[in-house]
Design a binder for this molecule. Structure first.
Ligand code: AMP
Length: 629
């Protein structure tokens, strides 16, 4: 079948289409209805069906391939390597589940996971899935304040963490960040389960902190059956940034997610049982949830959990892993490739990568030079794919499991089955013509696997995502795009204040709030500025209460350092602005709105745009002067 017909059927015959896809997973009890869309825009998939993500990821493969590898852990930071077959992974997950149950964690309870890239992180996620607890993984690169806001929103009964992560050979102690976060929280978790890697000594809080190694010994022979869950129960929440400073807990179901992942592994990633999938993302991001942990395992593939960077110990490490584990499907981010592009291209051909059928890239725009460089250097198909934390799996890409449509440089591809993608005029809500710029929107219901709601806030879900385009109840991706006459889309950047630094999604408001906690600041604005390596970087403009504080170059530099340190401490180094510039005032509209887009344009040497509403145009000169100084 061709992709266009496959797509059309997925929209015109939702019930038939998704009932077929649902056959890719195992159900304990069949669903009574494919879709309940009686309360738009809330979609309930596979109503009444009972299944379990952990069962589909592990247990079901125990019958057919218990000894096949399921998880390869490789850390080039610590030199550790461990592999687990499906049978061994099963045992570890059951032990972790037993520990959780013994601590009173039950169905629907939240477990917050703040972990580096170690197998225990995957055990914890799968153990939650097994017992029906809701996991909420927080990226290990986030620091205390980011973590605290997520703890308070998720209200976990248990936190699973580790002594430290390591990046670029530098140990990052997690426990002090976690302790500080808990001290900032209104909600105090009852228990903290600590995996001690022996990287950073830490103090335990008696009565609260538990050691994983000892408890694992206690539960070595545990036998914990899966808890069958109704398809629409919650599997996890994952926080992501938006326009406000408050992160949103993207909430996902069980059955719809399992079906969506299984279908994507078949039609998009074309992965087969017994093969190896290598995704270089982190479990703290949606890509890690879908394509490090759940997707490959559901498909019966081995997954590689990699702690390390693309260039340590050398720029051949990723390809060495491809060779060693005969990786057939690989998934990374454009930033990683841009990092490799600065290295000797001979690394790309040093190892035998003939097992690799395709390299998928996502998370940020894939620029044409980078796409060409890697595609020519590797001699393998490069597949760009566009999606979001909210959707859980690709919205736009090509699906070579359906049809071998060609890819086009600069385009992530076409609308995927299940997604009724529209390009809408921001103000009128009308569909725009081919080659016209519009907001990338999805006509609801969203397909299986997409977010159900915002954790604890249905109203915010509807308001944030479905009420931004006048006159229509339609999901906004907050991305600009165009579509060519052949149906290929091109993504042109965000419509909101979200920025994308090296594939990490950050809200500029969160960074502004963090900077503003410095006593010297009157106000500030953070914008995303185009960067050759990272796609975008955050650049801050700060107004001081007392301008004399930045009177000399030395004083400016010292203050800039202090402000960066605040962001490091509160949010984590990922959010640290590349520069903090000091200005006398920020460009604002007469109604007081900061003109972030104009600031961004000036930083990128573009035209600042429509300035009819600006309060004082000299503020723009101050931005220019600050950049020049
Ligand atoms: P996240 O929720 O962190 O996955 O970030 C989602 C956002 O990243 C999207 O809304 C886009 O702005 C951007 N993005 C993700 N993948 C792509 C892609 N392949 N091309 C262009 N932008 C992308």
């Amino acid at each position: 079948m061709d992709l266009k017909s496959f797509h059309r059927r997925s929209i015109e015959d939702r019930g038939g289409f998704w009932a077929e896809q649902a056959g890719l997973i195992e159900w304990h009890k069949p669903f009574a209805a494919v879709l309940d869309y009686s309360r738009p825009p809330f979609a309930r998939w596979f109503v009444g069906g009972e299944t379990n993500l952990c069962h589909n990821a592990i247990d079901r493969h125990l019958l057919t391939q218990p000894d096949a590898p399921a998880l390869h852990f490789v850390s080039t930071e610590t030199g550790e390597e461990r592999s687990y077959s499906f049978a061994e992974l099963y045992r570890e997950v059951v032990r972790m589940a037993a520990i959780m149950l013994a601590q009173g964690v039950g169905r629907g309870d939240r477990v917050l996971i703040y972990m580096p890239m170690i197998p225990e992180a995957a055990f914890a996620m799968l153990a939650c899935a097994r017992i029906g607890a809701i996991h909420s993984v927080v990226f290990g690169g986030f620091a205390s304040r980011s973590l605290a806001s997520r703890i308070d929103d998720a209200r976990p009964s248990l936190i699973v963490s580790a002594d430290a992560g390591s990046r670029n050979g530098r140990v990052i102690a997690y426990k002090p960040l976690l302790d500080e976060a808990i001290s900032l929280c209104a909600h105090k978790p009852e228990r903290v389960l600590m995996v001690d890697r022996g990287l950073a000594p830490f103090a335990s809080v008696p009565g609260r902190d538990l050691g994983y190694a000892a408890l694992r010994e206690e539960h070595l022979d545990a036998d914990i059956p899966v808890t069958w869950l109704e398809s629409n129960e919650v599997s996890y929440t994952l926080y992501t940034s938006g326009t406000t400073g408050n992160p949103k807990g993207v909430q996902r179901d069980v059955g719809g997610y399992a079906v969506a992942l299984a279908a994507s592994m078949k039609h998009i990633f074309c992965g087969n049982p017994g093969e190896t999938y290598f995704c270089t993302s982190d479990i703290g991001w949606v890509v890690g949830h879908s394509y490090i942990v759940y997707g490959p395992l559901i498909a019966g593939m081995a997954t590689i959990l990699y702690e390390g960077t693309p260039i340590r110990p050398d720029a051949g490490i990723l390809w060495r892993l491809v060779e060693r584990h005969r990786v057939s499907v690989m998934f990374s981010a454009p930033t990683a490739i841009r990092v490799l592009k600065k290295q000797d291209p001979a690394w790309l051909t040093k190892y035998d990568t003939s097992s690799l059928r395709a390299l998928f890239l996502a998370g940020e725009p894939l620029d044409e030079p980078t796409a060409r460089w890697i595609s020519e250097g590797l001699g393998r198909p490069i597949v760009d794919n566009y999606w979001q934390t909210e959707t859980g799996w690709p919205i736009l890409t090509v699906a070579h499991g359906i049809e071998k449509t060609p890819t086009r440089f600069g385009s992530p591809g076409m609308a995927m089955y299940g997604y009724d993608v529209r390009l809408l005029h921001e103000q009128t809500g009308e569909e725009v013509a081919a080659n016209q710029k519009g907001v990338v929107a999805i006509e609801p219901p969203l397909p299986p696997g997409c977010m159900q709601t915002i954790w604890g806030d249905d109203e915010r879900f509807v308001k944030t995502y479905f009420e931004t385009i006048p006159g229509r109840l339609v999901y906004s991706t907050f991305d600009w795009g165009i579509r060519d006459p052949d149906g290929y889309y091109f993504i042109l950047g965000r419509t909101d204040d979200v920025i994308n630094v090296a594939g990490h999604r950050l809200g500029t408001r969160e960074i502004e709030e963090s900077l503003s906690s410095h006593e010297a600041l009157a106000e500030c604005a953070v914008v995303g500025v185009a960067d050759q390596l990272k796609g975008q970087v955050a650049v801050a403009f700060a107004v001081l209460k007392d301008p004399a504080r930045a009177g000399t170059p030395e004083a400016r530099q010292a203050l800039e350092g202090e402000l960066m340190a605040i962001v490091d401490r509160q949010l984590g180094a990922v959010a640290r602005p590349a520069r903090v510039h000091f200005v006398g005032m920020l460009p604002k509209t007469r109604s007081g709105k900061v003109l972030r887009r104009s600031i961004q344009a000036i930083c990128e040497r573009r035209d600042p745009g429509d300035l009819t509403t600006i309060e004082d145009a000299s503020a723009l000169d101050q931005v220019r002067d600050a950049l020049a100084s």
